[in-house]
Design a protein around this ligand. Sequence first.
Ligand code: ATP
Ligand code: MG
Length: 264
Amino acid sequence: MKDKVILSASHIKKSFRTRDKKSFLAVNDVSLDIYRGETLALVGESGCGKSTLARVIMRMIDADEGSIAFEGNEISKLSERALRPYRREMQMVFQDPASSLDPRMKIRDIIAEPLLAWKVYDSKSRLDERISELLDLVDLREDCLDRYPHQFSGGQRQRIGIARAIALDPKLLICDESVSALDVCVQAQILNLLKSLKQQMGLTCLFISHDLAVVNFIADRICVMKNGQICETEEASLLYKNPKHEYTKYLLASDLHFLPSKNN
Ligand SMILES: Nc1ncnc2c1ncn2[C@@H]1O[C@H](COP(=O)(O)OP(=O)(O)OP(=O)(O)O)[C@@H](O)[C@H]1O
Ligand SMILES: [Mg+2]
């Protein structure tokens, strides 16, 4: 069982100072395990602490309390230097590719950047080969490479963001509201892409969304989060059929018009 867990967060707490100098507990004693090869969804209403938890897991910010183990290694206290090998293994796909992709860079350079930063290839031809392979994986054509982000649609930009995020072959991909800014039809295309990448690359994914319909399509298991805490974690099909926590029932009821897609 233990080697099935790729990332284990336990008893994470993270507070922020509010404007009136009080302390606000955004993540309040959260524990979760992410299994190798699964897509674990984290759902909950805006402000419940999803992104904060993701940033803690990725060590973009430090938790006040708790521990994070990546493949059994405790990483929550590691120095930036000691953390470096783990940085490569966890990558993030953001909500808004328009602001996370540098508008002055060509697509080729955007995708190449992590590969160059990590000195993955020592020849230009191997680098170009990998860039072509990545384009292929996200279903973009070679003629994209000399263009700039603003020349693409939202869905295409998200494909570019995904190509960049998977360039180093990470073990864990965190998608934070990665399809929320897209319209429904494009959302479905990107979700299908993430599904197929999961199959092709054996990718493990923490998929964050406030939208249960989106999560229904992609998740193997679901964590429901409310006010900085996880109130229910369940296999996706079971959670939709038999929600146990009152808050899950409430979320499902307020989302009913979206439902059945995957599980019936
Ligand atoms: N850097 C920060 N400084 C102060 N407060 C913060 C900071 N980051 C987050 N918060 C607060 O912590 C709470 C949780 O925020 P978080 O962004 O994690 O929520 P979320 O679940 O991701 O919401 P959304 O669905 O809107 O993205 C919110 O009340 C937010 O205002
Ligand atoms: Mg968020």
